[in-house]
Design a protein around this ligand. Structure first.
Ligand SMILES: [Zn+2]
Length: 306
């Protein structure tokens, strides 16, 4: 089974996004009036949690919160139950927490290991979509205000001569496990600027305009680590809406084991054998962020041959 077929945190949620329903405002309103409909309140990129995790509001509490909220967005259907998210960011934190019947506001990334994977995916989805609404209040072409539509999955410019449709932005980034040529197998990990003294992780970078994902892999590896790579192979992807990322994982092979870091983004890059990585794990170091695709890339590589 490859990386793409196994669930990663924040991806593969159980919601049916039910895209066709979004374009029918009367269906949206009818779903919001259903007593079983669930509303996930968010405050400035954070979940609102009580002792059991993120609160899920229904009925009167959901109506109350929606009356005070910014945007309300349709996330999808969980079986027969409609799930929406509402943005309480305009309120002071304490007011948002109290109104939602919660006890505090928390970043979903601080909860992910304790959440049901579907819940983590829904919270991340809600966070990314509501973040976009707050950042896209005006049209970038004419400067007129933009208003939400499509169940919260687009905004429309209100400028009379413009009327441009604005869609949520997603920013793709590549993340790469680079292998050395020959054997024994070695992979390239780097210490990033700002990281702890002995914190090594895979190499990554944003995709630029006019590049394919594979182009971005080759450029980033050359720029950051002075490594020329071939055999660029897709491994899987992960939604990373913190605030708008999509992480696309690759494996690639270096043509030589010479490394030359840029000294700005990367302070040091080294080749590690599987035995060395296992030793680091045994010594208590984690393989990347446990909720992120780099952890999966490293686990998969460690499970390979010598
Ligand atoms: Zn406009």
């Amino acid at each position: 089974m490859d990386t793409a077929e196994r669930a990663l945190a924040y991806a593969g949620g159980r919601l049916d996004r039910a895209g066709p329903l979004r374009t029918d405002p009367s269906r949206m309103n009818a779903l919001l009036a259903e007593p079983t409909t669930v509303v996930l309140p968010m405050w400035r990129d954070r979940c609102l949690v009580d002792g059991d995790g993120p609160v899920r509001l229904t009925a009167d509490r959901a109506s109350l919160v929606r009356s005070a909220a910014g945007e309300t967005v349709f996330l999808g259907l969980d079986g027969d139950v409609a799930v929406f998210a509402v943005d309480l960011s305009a309120l002071p934190e304490r007011s948002a927490v109290e109104m939602a019947g919660a006890v505090r506001a928390v970043d979903v990334r601080a909860l992910v290991g304790r959440l049901d994977p579907g819940e983590a995916a829904a919270q991340a989805y809600a966070r990314g979509l509501l973040h976009w609404h707050r950042q896209q209040r005006f049209c970038g072409t004419c400067g007129a205000p933009a208003v939400a539509g499509g169940g919260g999955h687009l905004r429309t410019c209100t400028g009379g001569d413009c009327g441009r449709l604005l869609f949520p932005r997603i920013e793709p980034a590549i993340i790469v496990l680079v292998e050395a040529p020959g054997s024994p197998g070695r992979c390239l990990l780097a210490r990033h600027a700002g990281a702890a003294e002995d914190a090594f992780s895979t190499l990554a970078g944003f995709v630029e305009v006019g590049e394919s994902l594979e182009d971005a892999v080759r450029r980033e590896m050359a720029e950051e680590a002075g490594v020329t790579v071939t055999d660029v192979t897709y491994q899987g992807s992960q939604a990373w809406p913190f605030p708008a990322g999509l992480m696309v994982g690759f494996r690639a092979t270096a043509t030589s084991d010479e490394v030359r870091v840029d000294g700005e983004e990367l302070l040091e890059a080294r080749w590690f054998t599987r035995a060395e990585l296992r030793e680091r794990v045994a010594g208590g170091r984690s393989l990347g962020r446990l909720d992120a695709i780099d952890h999966r890339l490293l686990e998969d590589w460690l499970a390979g041959d010598s």
